[in-house]
Design a protein around this ligand. Structure first.
Ligand code: NDP
Length: 447
């Protein structure tokens, strides 16, 4: 057993026994610990401060009931959570996820990852995550509004522009952020940036909706540029049909790539000659209707593969943009067999440990979500400063700033990840994020 493995195992044994069953959290922590634990042990200040152990332990986990009335007049009860992981480098910051399968384990791992992602942006943003087991599918607009208002009644005492600034995530988009912000504004009596992802009409940033998907493509372009390559002409397989997936697809098309798949929980839409913007408009419309991707528009050659993932198609670049753990060993092998050379994560932790092993063995260049999908939170950071200054940037200004932020994140990660075998982006992201957090945590003492 090498030193890093021994130290990682010893470190995992120091975690709270109460977290023993949180498999996603343990997976995320182990991946970071493998890369940073030796660095921590070699620095007497960081080792004494127990930096990594303190990042794993959230500052607080708030759990609350959400009681609301559906359209039939029946009382519904859901559970809500907010995990405030660390505010060492800025106000707590991270999205809200509404999904019937969401668990505290998901939110704990996402809040942990968010600390590193936000550190990588270079902006003053701490780490958090939240959500509810509420299932929005089939709910009317009025039900969504009442749920959001009830959720905010419970969350409001814990958030604020200098305290904790939630944003969207799965099933929480512009509509939900609007209802959540309206409820917060009414309860607090203050017009301030307590949430990001707002529409530009009431204090949101241009390009925030697009930012995660666009930023993912800018990150991939920075990776390719290192070898003198461009995304133009590459075949790109994308999973998901939500916010991240569709905006990544649009930007990839605009930059000259051929996007060959989008997908959802029911299957994959495969377009061998590529999607165009009109076809993506149709996908967006289907998602809004709660419909699957069967019966695609006639103007593109496309087939719906029911129950299939997008990874069995002939692609150069894979962008998982749906959910966690969607690329297991088998999916990773399919990607390798079909010639994928680069995988960048739009979703959070979509690649399992076994999947990663397969990709590494086949020398697929791999970019972790905490770096590649940081564009959304980076533009949220810009939204916070625009709201504070009461001065808003144009769409072109934000887009240019996003390109620069993603290129800077890439360079930070590439510098830390450089080794004899090329760049290890996962290691680079973990180390660069850790160093910033370690400096902040040790400077502020044992609190
Ligand atoms: P959305 O809710 O907009 O879309 C998620 C999509 O993924 C849905 O179309 C859903 O399908 C699909 N999906 C979910 N589970 C599966 C599955 N097991 N197999 C296939 N498809 C699935 O979410 P976002 O686009 O906002 O988020 C996607 C990912 O990106 C998440 O991991 C999120 O944490 C991450 N992310 C999002 C950011 C943002 O700014 N929004 C920022 C950074 C990361 P269906 O329609 O059938 O439900």
């Amino acid at each position: 057993m090498d030193r890093a493995t021994a130290l990682t195992e010893a470190f995992l044994n120091t975690l709270s026994p109460a977290d023993a069953d949180l498999a996603n959290l343990r997976q995320a922590v182990e991946e970071v610990a493998r890369d940073v634990i030796t660095v921590e042990k070699n620095d007497p200040d960081w080792a004494a401060a127990r930096v990594l152990r303190r990042i794993v332990e959230p500052d607080r986990v708030i759990s609350f009931g959400v009681t609301w009335t559906d359209d039939a007049g029946d009382v519904q009860v859901n559970r809500g959570w907010r995990v405030q992981a660390s505010n060492a480098i800025g106000p707590y910051k991270g999205g809200l996820r509404f999904h019937p399968a969401v668990t505290l384990d998901d939110l704990r791992f996402l809040a942990f990852e968010q600390c590193f992602k936000n550190a990588l942006t270079g902006l003053p943003l701490g780490g958090a995550k939240g959500g509810s087991d509420f299932d929005p599918s089939g709910r009317s607009d009025a039900e969504i509004m009442r749920f959001c208002q009830a959720f905010m009644r419970q969350l409001a005492p814990h958030i604020g522009p200098d305290k904790d600034v939630p944003a969207g995530d799965i099933n929480v988009g512009a509509r939900e952020i609007g209802y959540l912000f309206g409820a917060w504004r009414q309860m607090s009596g203050i017009y301030a940036g307590a949430l990001t992802g707002k529409a530009p009409a009431y204090g949101g940033s241009e390009i925030r909706t697009e930012a995660t998907g666009y930023g993912l493509i800018y990150f991939v372009q920075a990776m390719l540029a290192r070898t003198g390559a461009a995304i133009t002409g590459h075949r790109v397989a994308i999973s998901g049909k939500g916010n991240v997936a569709t905006h990544a697809a649009r930007k990839a098309i605009d930059e000259g790539a051929t996007v060959i798949t989008l997908s959802d929980t029911s299957g994959t839409l495969y377009a061998p000659d590529g999607f165009d913007h009109a076809a993506i408009d149709w996908v967006v419309q289907r998602k809004a209707q709660g419909a699957d991707l069967s019966d695609p528009p006639r103007h593109i050659a496309a087939q719906f593969c029911e129950g299939a993932q997008p990874w069995a198609q002939d692609a150069d670049i894979a962008l998982p943009c749906a959910t966690q753990n969607e690329i297991d060993e088998k999916a990773a092998q399919a990607l390798v067999d079909n010639g994928v050379q680069l995988l960048a994560e739009g979703a959070n932790m979509p690649t399992t440990r076994d999947g990663l092993r397969v990709l590494r063995k086949a020398r697929v260049t791999y970019a972790p979500g905490k770096a590649a999908n940081a564009g959304g939170v980076a533009v949220s950071g810009l939204e916070m400063s625009q709201m504070s200054h009461r001065r808003f940037m144009s769409a072109d200004e934000v887009d240019q700033a996003l390109r620069t932020l993603m290129s800077d994140i890439h360079d930070r990660v590439a510098t830390e990840g450089k080794g004899d075998g090329g760049i290890d982006y996962a290691r680079g992201a973990n180390l660069a994020g850790y160093r910033r957090l370690a400096q902040a945590i040790t400077a502020q003492g044992v609190i």
